[in-house]
Design a protein around this ligand. Sequence first.
Ligand SMILES: [Zn+2]
Length: 247
Amino acid sequence: MPGKSSTIGNSHWSRRGFLKSTGIATTTTVLGIAPAWHLTYAAALTKAKREKLTPDDVIALMKKGNERFSRGKESPHDYLAQQKTSAKGQYPAAVILSCIDSRAPAETIMDLGIGDCFNARVAGNITNDDILGSMEFACKLAGAKVVLVMGHTACGAIKGAIDNAQLGNLTGLLAKIRPAVEATQYQGERSATNYGFVDAVARKNVELTMVDIHRRSPVLAELETSGAIKIAGAMYNLETGRVDFFA
Ligand SMILES: [Zn+2]
């Protein structure tokens, strides 16, 4: 659909890449009229577009989206158009589990639009039965191809777990992060004021959450074994704006 309703769904999410897949983008770039990121994006991700993507393609596109964000070259989303085109159906490519931190909104920092991904947010991006059920819905029933667990630097929940903070229902949540605190190998001060340690625990917490997903969700584990999905981890750096994908 070159030149028409080109969205993150119809362009950035295209397997061949944005510049190659959208005629208008190539044309305008060649003519020097406007850089690709100045195009307007309209429609949401379609089923046909998503079906062409492999799990690795989806991860690559999220990386590219973060590159655009971190360079200040985000897509000029037409959210109303995305809202209208996705109202009758959604075909998200990924389900993201990330922290509630106000500075780490997954869609924004990976330059995603409405309908591009499911997003579960909970302090410290830990999992539980309800989140696992949500992920199983997202992948098995709704067709998402990537489960991304994304932690971030300077995470308050991680600091709270390190400090054994106690507060109402938060106590139980932080207990789920404690195994990551114990499992983190770190040379240096193991305290919540040492950001090197805090970030090392945050990364370990992502790794353990991924293990947890495998262990506690046969549905997702089987989808990954068959190659239908990929379970990936990432850390978002609040200072640099960059998402570091791993595993
Ligand atoms: Zn956090």
